[in-house]
Design a protein around this ligand. Structure first.
Ligand SMILES: Cc1cc2nc3c(=O)[nH]c(=O)nc-3n(C[C@H](O)[C@H](O)[C@H](O)COP(=O)(O)OP(=O)(O)OC[C@H]3O[C@@H](n4cnc5c(N)ncnc54)[C@H](O)[C@@H]3O)c2cc1C
Length: 566
């Protein structure tokens, strides 16, 4: 389906909203000049428009399937993946020592969003591989890095991530896959993993699985888990692929959407694996991959939100219904509301994700703990708000189409079916929200207060030129500060009861801050007009969300299970 890469919008947000200039001024990312950013995003955008976007519909209509134990992917997906790999788009941020570009995560984030908007199901393959590259860079031995990283970075091999088991979903600590030392430095991995995205394919010569498993002397829970690299085919020392490992795809899931992405049940029967990181410390290594993937999955939602918006706008501009000036539905106030909401929310979610990526880049470049804390705070917000924005946007896109939105031939429903899972995988949005009010506020709320100080100072300064927009943003920051203080003072159950509305309230206020910045940089321009829509109409939702967040858990548990069943 047609897709227009939002390259100039990324440039605007980099330049005026998220402070990308700080990143470009560091020694580590000195190569990320304005010209480099422009060249990279333009080239990647072209590939998304011309190569990936046409695959989206093909993939939906021709799901991946299993044939005699071999995963078959939809027509054109081999060429699509090769275009991603040959363009270097898997490894924009990876270490140049092994063939990566060494560019900022902010640029990866922008490219990932465009690939997701163009074709979500194929983008999941490079996303999993990016996460594996980062986990190996940080935690693998030098020998493993030398053997695997060049192959993953070039896209000759792909990576997957294996956490989930039938009885171990959100509760990863209850997993039971076993790892036994073979006595030669390798391990024998035995067990079953489910829902493994891109568990295999028919276009790369190897698929490398990062698998969480337990050693014989492992304690219970997450502390007893170790991480192993388990390739489909065992590599020879020269990097060529050798014999098949003892693992297989047992079946592929039939899903609501994302049909082209093979979601596999994997069986490991004493498969040979190599330890990544220390024994019993696998969750730390896996978290490197998961944090990368959480930002990436949030961005998947934003990419789909934008694509669904573009699709809805194009339809509305051609649909004549009712007596209006242009005779199209774009003249109806409610249709304007839907389109403007989609655009304003996509801007807010995109700015949050890019600010998150900038914080990661600044952490990488400066090693300063405040940047690490900022990145950690923003990651669950990016994941949950980005994906919920994708789902809400795709649903609104169906509504803009009217009956034609429910009919598959327009493609509006495809966005909604594909994006729905993004709120579920990579840690459900409920779990993300619990992380936000749990782990991320364990510092007594310091990282949140530092961010609020900046947001309030900005709103204060903006009062001179934009009082109508700046005042509500400042007020919203105060309400968020009070709610954060309330959260920090509560026990776990009361925090968790309000975690989802708290995360959404936080995102709403952050969105107001970023829209205000855009308005100041684009006076009397489209960003200022969009900011007014967001701040007048969507920002006020933070009051209800944050009031909800402060309710505690008592009334929820006062409703008994019998009441629920009545
Ligand atoms: C298409 C697809 C692709 C996937 N890809 C991968 C992959 O590549 N690798 C991989 O390892 N996994 C993958 N997954 C698995 C995915 O990460 C899990 O489905 C997800 O983590 C949720 O686990 P679950 O399905 O067991 O749900 P459950 O854990 O059973 O959760 C059910 C509900 O209960 C809630 N819940 C559970 N525990 C708590 C708690 N402690 N507090 C509050 N609420 C709670 C959840 O938020 C959810 O709403 C994929 C799943 C799908 C559908």
């Amino acid at each position: 389906m047609p897709y227009r890469a939002p390259v100039s919008e990324f440039q605007f947000i980099f330049d005026h909203v998220v402070g990308f200039d700080q990143v470009a001024q560091t020694d580590r990312f000195a190569e990320a000049t304005h010209e480099t950013v422009d060249a990279v995003l333009t080239e990647a955008g072209k590939m998304c428009e011309e190569v990936l976007a046409p695959l989206q519909r093909v993939g939906d209509l021709n799901p991946a399937y299993l044939e005699n134990g071999v995963v078959r992917t939809p027509p054109g997906f081999d060429d699509g993946f090769r275009a991603i790999a040959d363009g270097g788009w898997i490894a924009i941020a990876a270490d140049p020592e092994h063939g990566g570009m060494g560019l900022p995560m902010a640029m990866t984030t922008a490219v990932n969003e465009m690939m997701s908007g163009a074709c979500l199901s194929i983008q999941l393959a490079p996303l999993m591989t990016q996460g594996q590259i980062e986990a190996l860079e940080h935690h693998a031995s030098d020998d493993l890095k030398a053997l695997y990283l060049p192959k993953l970075i070039s896209g000759e091999w792909v990576g997957t991530m294996n956490l989930t088991e039938p009885h171990a979903g959100s509760d990863v600590g209850s997993l039971s896959t076993k790892a036994e030392p073979n006595g030669d430095g390798t391990y024998a991995i035995t067990g079953q993993k489910i829902y493994i995205s891109w568990g295999d394919n028919d276009f790369t010569e190897n698929t490398c699985h990062l698998v969480l498993a337990r050693l014989p002397d492992a304690g219970p829970g997450t502390k007893g888990i170790s991480l192993f690299l388990v390739p489909k085919r065992l590599p020879n020392a020269d990097g060529s692929v050798g014999v098949a490992n003892t693992l297989k795809v047992v079946s592929l899931e039939h899903k609501m959407g994302l049909h082209a992405s093979p979601t596999a049940v994997m069986q490991y029967d004493g498969a040979t694996g190599w330890l990544v990181g220390e024994e019993h410390d696998g969750m730390r290594a896996m978290f490197t991959m998961m944090n990368n993937a959480r930002l990436g999955v949030g961005v998947q939602g934003i990419g789909v939100a934008d694509a669904a918006y573009q699709h809805a706008l194009a339809y509305a501009e051609g649909r004549k219904q009712g007596r209006t000036e242009n005779n199209t539905i774009t003249d109806h106030a409610d249709v304007r509301r839907m389109l403007a909401t989609m655009k304003a929310d996509t801007f807010a979610a995109r700015a949050i994700a890019l600010a998150n990526a900038v914080a990661i880049d600044m952490e990488t470049a400066t090693d300063h703990p405040d940047w690490a804390a900022r990145a950690a705070l923003l990651t669950p917000i990016t994941k949950a708000f980005g994906t919920d924005t994708g789902i809400a946007g795709a649903s609104t896109g169906v509504q803009v189409h009217g009956g034609m939105g429910f009919v598959e031939e327009t493609g509006a429903a495809l966005f909604l079916r594909d994006v729905r899972v993004t709120a579920i995988y990579e840690g459900t949005n409920g779990i993300q929200s619990m992380h936000l009010v749990g782990r991320k506020l364990m510092d007594g709320g310091e990282a949140a207060y530092r961010l609020l100080d900046e947001m309030e100072a900005h709103a204060e300064a903006a009062r001179a030129s934009h009082p109508d927009l700046a005042d509500p943003v400042w007020q919203a920051c105060e309400t968020l500060r009070e709610t954060t203080e309330w959260m920090v003072a509560q026990g776990a159950q009361d925090r968790f009861a309000g975690s989802v509305p708290y995360l959404h309230g936080f995102a709403r206020v952050l969105g107001g801050h970023f829209h205000l910045k855009a308005a100041l940089a684009d006076r009397a321009g489209p960003h200022e007009r969009l900011a007014a829509v967001y701040i007048n109409r969507l920002l006020p939702e933070h009051m209800g969300l944050l009031a909800h967040a402060r309710q505690g858990a008592d009334d929820l548990f006062a409703v008994t299970l019998d009441d629920l069943a009545a």
